[in-house]
Design a protein around this ligand. Sequence first.
Ligand SMILES: Cc1cc2nc3c(=O)[nH]c(=O)nc-3n(C[C@H](O)[C@H](O)[C@H](O)COP(=O)(O)OP(=O)(O)OC[C@H]3O[C@@H](n4cnc5c(N)ncnc54)[C@H](O)[C@@H]3O)c2cc1C
Length: 463
Amino acid sequence: MLAIDMRSTSAEVVICGAGIAGVAAAYHLAVRRGVRGVVLVDERPPLTLTSDKSTECYRNWWPGPGDHMVALMNRSIDLLEELARESGSFFRLNRRGYLFATAETGRAVKFQRAAEEAAALGAGPLRLHARAASDYRPSPAEGFDSTLSGTDVITEPSLIKRHYPWLAPDTVALLHARRCGWFSGQQLGMYLLERAREHGVRLVEGRVERIDAAGGRVRGVEVRGVGDMQTIGTSRAVLAAGPLLKDAGRMLGLELPVFCELHAKIAFNDTLGAMPRGAPMTLWADPMTIAWSEEERGGLGRSSRHRRLVEELPPGAHGRPEGAGESTSVLGIWTYDVEPVEPTFPPNFDPAHQEVVLRGLARMIPGMAPYLDRMPRCFVDGGYYTKTRENRFLAGPLPVEGAYVIGALSGYGMMASNGAADLLADYIAERPLPRYAPAFRLDRYDDPAYVKLLEDWGDSGQL
Ligand SMILES: Cc1cc2nc3c(=O)[nH]c(=O)nc-3n(C[C@H](O)[C@H](O)[C@H](O)COP(=O)(O)OP(=O)(O)OC[C@H]3O[C@@H](n4cnc5c(N)ncnc54)[C@H](O)[C@@H]3O)c2cc1C
């Protein structure tokens, strides 16, 4: 049996979890708000549970109701751009955009309406390109300095073919959202963590096992390390526990309204060069039914796990090139099957996943069809989206004095973490709050008008 060594220290703020949420919170508190005595606790190496599994994309393209999500994302992207500039592009932020493609004529009108809504919410103006002589410009592959924001909707076939000849020939309309792209999430996280440590943030390895909240206010945090138990006296604790947020809430006697979904992504070498290396994040906006052979259909139909793969699958198969230089890697995602699940580690992925995603991508990019006859080696990984029911994250105070949360960052935590952490830091440093702050507090669920709004919320913005 290990001898347990009890130690006792103190801190201004203890953050439970060193994923991108906790790391960004530590950075914004220590570096940008000058808070001293910030301790970041994690039982795993930083950024290794969910934050290294992401597709690392960002977008200011979010649905309502209200403009809070767009405003928050615009702030988060402003911060990403500032960080990219000051770090000399350390995390390789680009701004290639998100390109949605459709083969359904009716969807072109929906594209236009969605772009008008995005413009009204603050994502930037709509530009329509319905003539061959239109001035549509694709995004540069590198850099993030383009001043183009908002959305281009292209309905002229010759423009689509000229700029995107690698898309399915029956593509009838494109929607190109501009203040979007990707970056290295791991490099961003390491950059924030290094700056935070230079400003005095202490990283402690161990599991937060108990939060002392006697009398309804935070007094300390108990951390179990290797053969060592320490109590950190503090009056402020931040829950940044990712998919373990529900358990973390229970340490304070709270049932946080969050759940998890398992999401996988595939990576493979596009040796045929079907997707150009300078391509934007490209998404197929139509539902589709996969053209399985009779034999495959029979086999899938007999398996309860796979039966639904023979039915129409939802829109949203998407992919992007990954890596610089000689890299031929492409990432693919298709969220066709999500159910709330209890998180377990390591997660278990359906062996059929890679083929389904490749088939989705091949519908959009016919140059990938040969891979269906001879499947490339695919690397499948992923993790849990931790979500609230309307897919808006939590950042702000909890109903125990001195306790805060930053979590439920779903499938957008890399892009939103700076905005969310900036907001959280304003609460803790008692600075004036941005106008979107109420939209991300836990106590929004106490407002009957908000609860009513949840009943017919509509699009959650998940891709
Ligand atoms: C397949 C996939 C694709 C994605 N694509 C994108 C994308 O393109 N763009 C984007 O912005 N986002 C994307 N995301 C989402 C993004 O990765 C997450 O939102 C983000 O990583 C969540 O960060 P987090 O810090 O909340 O959680 P995590 O990274 O899971 O960190 C939580 C940390 O808390 C620690 N912890 C928990 N409980 C305790 C405890 N009691 N004591 C000590 N430590 C504890 C854990 O060990 C862990 O390190 C994607 C996610 C997946 C799975």
